[in-house]
Design a protein around this ligand. Structure first.
Ligand code: G3H
Ligand code: 13P
Ligand code: ZN
Length: 322
């Protein structure tokens, strides 16, 4: 089937109590690792491309890689989504260039300005059969060159969501309930430690999610910053020359719970980066004489496939839902 929008996927996910995984893609091995997992698990899939990915790999290369994946995976619905579109022009370029979904991220702007920019993107996107994700509230962490400090981040205010959605016409809404981007989602001071000395982060604000869902019945909610930072990857990196002390993510059981509620799209990027980097560091440490990129990219791609398979089955609950 050709690339699809997320409309049908989200309706089924909402009704079925699961979420669709949105994984960031930057090169061929990442596209292949993710799509091989989704094909095998018969899972609906969102492949997302950030402004940084377009700058790194080139819009056309990324679209063509995703089109190749669509040919290789004829039995699962795949959407191609712009992640954190910074402005109207970037969204327009992706809408004109083959994407089926875009995010306009004006969450750092004042409420009224966020509405105006989002509305403009929605009008253009809907005229072209493309759906739009918007954001209210801001996450801490790093996305492209925007670095939001923990002090500047703010939870979504549920009392704003109805006005925002009705005035913008957006198709899904990303909210801030305590997730953040990157591999260091919480400082050690924000966490407690379990018996093994592993950091345990504070729980997500499910009260905000529930209030938002109550005000927007049936409306798909998106969670960004949803990597769990698997400690086996952090260990693999640290044991093979890396240095990532106290990296910590969102516990998987909390994401699973969110997926059973109104959260229909869960964004995961950092966990794939950790899988890839861990594999490559280990390979280099074990084979210092090898220099063929296919040798170290093969286990890296396999490890991406393995972590995505785990997410589809155990976290998102979308395996078998294509
Ligand atoms: O939200 C951020 C995603 O992980 C994409 O990261 O902007 O470095 O490509 P990037
Ligand atoms: P992570 O950094 O937690 O993987 O979040 C990715 C994301 O939100 C992409 O938009
Ligand atoms: Zn994000």
């Amino acid at each position: 089937m050709p690339l699809v929008t997320t409309t049908e996927m989200f309706k089924k996910a909402y009704d079925g109590g699961y979420a669709v995984g949105a994984f960031n893609v930057n090169n061929m091995e990442i596209v292949q690792g993710i799509t091989e997992a989704a094909r095998e698990q018969h899972a609906p899939l969102i492949l997302q491309v950030s402004k940084g990915a377009r700058a790194y790999a080139n819009h056309t290369y990324l679209v063509k890689l995703v089109e190749a994946a669509v040919i290789e995976c004829p039995d699962i619905p795949i959407a191609l989504h712009l992640d954190h579109g910074p402005d109207f022009e970037t969204c327009k370029s992706c809408i004109d260039g083959g994407f089926t979904s875009v995010m306009i991220d004006a969450s750092s702007k004042p409420f009224k300005e966020n509405i105006e920019i989002t509305r403009k993107v929605v009008e253009y996107a809907h005229d072209h059969g493309v759906v739009v994700e918007a954001e209210l509230g801001s996450l801490a962490g790093v996305e492209d060159e925007v670095n939001v400090s923990a002090e500047d981040s703010s939870y979504t205010r549920p009392e704003e969501v109805e006005e925002f959605v009705s005035k913008t016409g957006c198709d899904s809404l990303a909210i801030a309930i305590g997730t953040s981007h990157g591999a260091y989602k919480f400082t050690a001071a924000q966490c407690t430690r379990n018996e093994q000395g592993v950091l345990v982060p504070p729980p997500l604000r499910f009260d905000i999610l529930e209030e938002v869902s109550h005000r927007l019945p049936g409306f798909p909610i998106v969670l960004h910053g949803s990597s769990s930072v698997p400690q086996e990857f952090v260990k693999m990196i640290n044991e093979n020359g890396g240095k990532m002390p106290d990296a910590v993510g969102i516990p998987e059981e909390q994401l699973r719970k969110a997926a059973t509620l109104s959260v229909c799209k869960i964004n995961i990027d950092s966990d794939l980066r950790l899988a890839m980097t861990g594999s490559i560091r280990k390979y280099f440490a074990e084979h210092p004489d090898h220099f063929d990129p296919r040798q170290y990219l093969t286990p890296a791609r396999a490890n991406i496939k393995a972590i995505v398979t785990h997410k589809l089955i155990d976290v998102l609950g979308c395996a078998g839902k294509a």
